[in-house]
Design a protein around this ligand. Structure first.
Ligand code: PAN
Ligand code: ZN
Length: 181
């Protein structure tokens, strides 16, 4: 079984690649300014993910690979971002590789300490054990990055949906800043 990965664009293609589209309507409650999100075109696409998982999620035996295309822009003064998650198996790490664009990887440990790492073309970011992760696009072009994780990892979205991150990447007078909450 194989698929094709375009190392220049990040595009994954072939049988077995699954595309997921996340629109404004899918990210209710994710941004600090929910009223601003609610006032936007609900069909506007915030990000797309092309994923290749050679074995079903949650089972042993494969490495997942996904390209995320995160759109530029803001909701209120907060940069457009991915929902973010912990891994269900806390002893499973991840790797993020930036293809193009610019932004920040937002990392939060179980004690809710949050920090950011700048993502620029070619930057490689290990996501350590038990670390929630999301990405914010602070540039003017799509931020494209590739993620790798073990198939048995599993994704926990509920914890972040309920508690969020302890910091948000916001545009303060033209400068992206991690603002602690
Ligand atoms: C990534 C993410 C992708 C979309 O492939 O799943 O960037 O973000 P959300 O899944 O938080 O909506 C990854 O972290 N995989 O484990
Ligand atoms: Zn992940």
């Amino acid at each position: 079984m194989s698929v094709n990965f375009d190392a220049v664009t990040g595009h994954l293609s072939g049988d077995g690649v699954v595309e997921t589209v996340r629109k404004v309507k899918d990210l209710a409650g994710v941004f600090r300014d929910e009223a601003a999100r609610a006032a936007m075109d609900q069909e506007h696409v915030l990000y797309r993910v092309e994923a290749f998982e050679p074995v079903p999620e949650g089972t042993l035996g494969g490495v997942g690979l996904a390209t995320t295309y995160l759109m530029p822009g803001q909701v209120g003064d907060e940069y457009i971002l991915t929902r973010g998650h912990y891994h269900i198996n806390e002893d499973r790490p991840e790797l993020e590789v930036t293809i193009s664009g610019e932004g920040y990887l937002v990392l939060m440990d179980r004690d809710r300490n949050t920090h950011i790492e700048a993502m620029t073309p070619g930057s490689v970011h290990p996501v350590g054990l038990g670390i929630a992760h999301r990405v914010a696009n602070t540039g003017t072009e799509p931020l494209v990055f590739v993620s790798y994780w073990a198939s048995e990892t599993g994704h926990d979205y509920a914890t972040i949906r309920e508690h969020g991150f302890s910091g948000r990447v916001r545009n303060l007078e033209g400068v992206p800043v991690l603002v602690k909450e």
